[in-house]
Unconditional design. Structure first.
Length: 211
């Protein structure tokens, strides 16, 4: 933990898979599979505080009371397009979750986020919103996406990423101190082009085989 709102994972499986994701020879197919797997593994922690309720059931031997989810009131919100890589892994854990989408791109000169799409579930004020993007670089896209979600009524929001730069973590936690941040690996710094170093390159291009 960097603070009580930021969790950097140290699980061996997550670290191993992120190591393979970073390798330049990893194919798009392997990259997509690994990102999905890391999303599933990180999802266990992200969903740790979902509410439970007592449910009476009958086993082959007797009646008993067990714990079950008190609804699956969450929504997954990938920041397009790279955030899509995380979605399937989290849906394996909570298949009834709703999925929204936020479209942002980074202006190549100013590095500021520009909005081009936003479609969210109607009842986001009643849901835990999991905003996902593989990279937290400057933090601009994450801050803008969470701004958009809050303006539409969301109250319970967390952010999940594969790799983060210290600059991005600082920007996000200062702009939204109420948001829990889950990070697969914390990297060293941003270069002059605002790319995370050592990083993994452009996550969207590597997911979808584009340049």
């Amino acid at each position: 933990m960097d603070n009580d709102k930021v969790m950097v994972f140290n699980h061996p499986l997550i670290q191993h898979k992120i190591g393979k994701i970073r390798m330049k020879e990893t194919t798009s197919k392997e990259f997509r599979e690994l990102v999905r797997e890391v999303g599933l593994l990180m999802g266990f922690e992200v969903t740790r505080n979902l509410p439970l309720k007592d449910v009476e059931i009958e086993t082959p031997l007797c009646k008993t009371t067990v714990k079950m989810l008190d609804g699956e009131d969450i929504a997954i919100v990938p920041i397009l397009r790279a955030g899509l890589g995380f979605v399937d892994g989290i849906l394996e854990l909570v298949p009834n979750a709703k999925v929204g989408h936020i479209g942002l791109y980074r202006d190549p000169e100013t590095h500021e986020p520009v909005e081009y799409y936003c479609k969210l579930p109607a009842d986001i004020d009643k849901r835990r919103m999991i905003v996902i993007d593989p990279m937290l670089a400057t933090g601009g896209s994450a801050v803008a996406a969470i701004d958009m979600i809050k303006k539409r009524g969301a109250k319970d929001i967390c952010f999940m990423c594969l790799i983060a730069a210290p600059e991005g973590i600082k920007a996000l936690t200062e702009a939204h101190p109420d948001v829990d941040v889950f990070v697969g690996a914390k990297d060293d710094h941003l270069n002059e082009n605002a790319y995370i170093v050592p990083g993994l390159g452009d996550a969207g291009d590597r997911l979808f085989g584009t340049k």
